[in-house]
Design a protein around this ligand. Sequence first.
Ligand SMILES: [Zn+2]
Length: 434
Amino acid sequence: MNIRGKTLHVKYAWIDGKIEENVSISVDESGKIVEINKKVFEDNVHLSNHLLVPGFVNTHSHAFHRHLRGKSEIGKSAADTFWKWRDNMYGLVAEVTKEKIYQYCLSTFKEMINAGITTVGEFHYVHHSEQKFDLDQSVIQAAIDSGIRIVLLQTLYERAGFDNPAVHPVQERFISSYEDFIENLEILRKRQEHPRVQIGVAAHSARAVPFENIKRLFEFANGEKIPFHIHLEEQPKEILDCQKWIGQKQGPSDILLSQMQLNEYFTAVHATFTPANNMLQFSKLGANVSICPCTEGYLGDGIPRINENLKISFGTDCNNRICFLEEMRWACFSQQILHFLVLYLQMLNNSRSVCGLSPEKLLQCATIDGARALSLSSTTGSLEIGKYFDAVSFSLDSPLFANSFADTLIDSLVLSAGNREISHVFVAGVDRKT
Ligand SMILES: [Zn+2]
């Protein structure tokens, strides 16, 4: 289905933070919304018993990790830590070629589209195979061919740890100097002409990039008004190694907060072990935090200490399971469990209202707040005039939505539905669901 140059009529749509009934949306030939509830085009498309919401924005993915599926080793002795899982992932990287990474990414991006994800922030750090940086364009081409919108978060990776230990042979595929990285980045940015492709930057982690270059790269991103992401404090080992290295009781988040002017262009990924006070600082400064609840559960990482005012978005990270509705639910459930444990220790009652994570708030995190974390607020993330028509429709004929009405639809969607209820996934007005 193609809505370009047509007016779509839908029973319910999520517009400006609420459900509206009997909505019409007109989309121009470029795929942008030109009118809402005003007749513009002769051609009409009807989705009579459907709910339409903005396309989901996935702010943290490593598409190729999806090809480790089936090798979780959960419950077996070898599964003991995140670091063991990372060894398995390195086995996959050791054999990657331009063609393989293209195929890995293409299949993962198609799976994302079928899960309602219309934009992906691909945190891309496996750069080199036969030549330096020869894998980057393959990832972008896979996104173009799949139909998804991509922000390639081109990732700087300079070393194997704080004290610069010997590099693992696989890490050679990630590593470059800051200067080589920036030179290649400029070439990559100039080469992109496709309207669904943007380039942002990332520092892999404080382990992999010295603080002075994290700062330089963030300042570069600020100057260019492009997003800057970093894996932050996913594991306690990162904080302990940092403290040991600098000889003070400071973790990476303490140092970033003291040395950089964090703002809306900054996104911390995971922040699982980031102290609650630093999370409050992030919210005051308008920085974003991307959490990946299904991956953080899968890897046994833990639960971040978020707060009500934090700009949160979601990522599918290792892509073992690609279901954005499940990410939303787990974000809420895991926070309720975390707060239960805190309250339990004080012999207080449990709570079902944690950090304001209502179904409506979770949907906002999955859409407009995700667009913010990828610096795409004026492009996608809501059904608004001037933005691309990136949207997901759900068939209300599904028994799952029986007895759901305007005031209960979002609750039913976020807490009960799955990929099966998705009927269409539009990116810039074109249905890409297969
Ligand atoms: Zn990651």
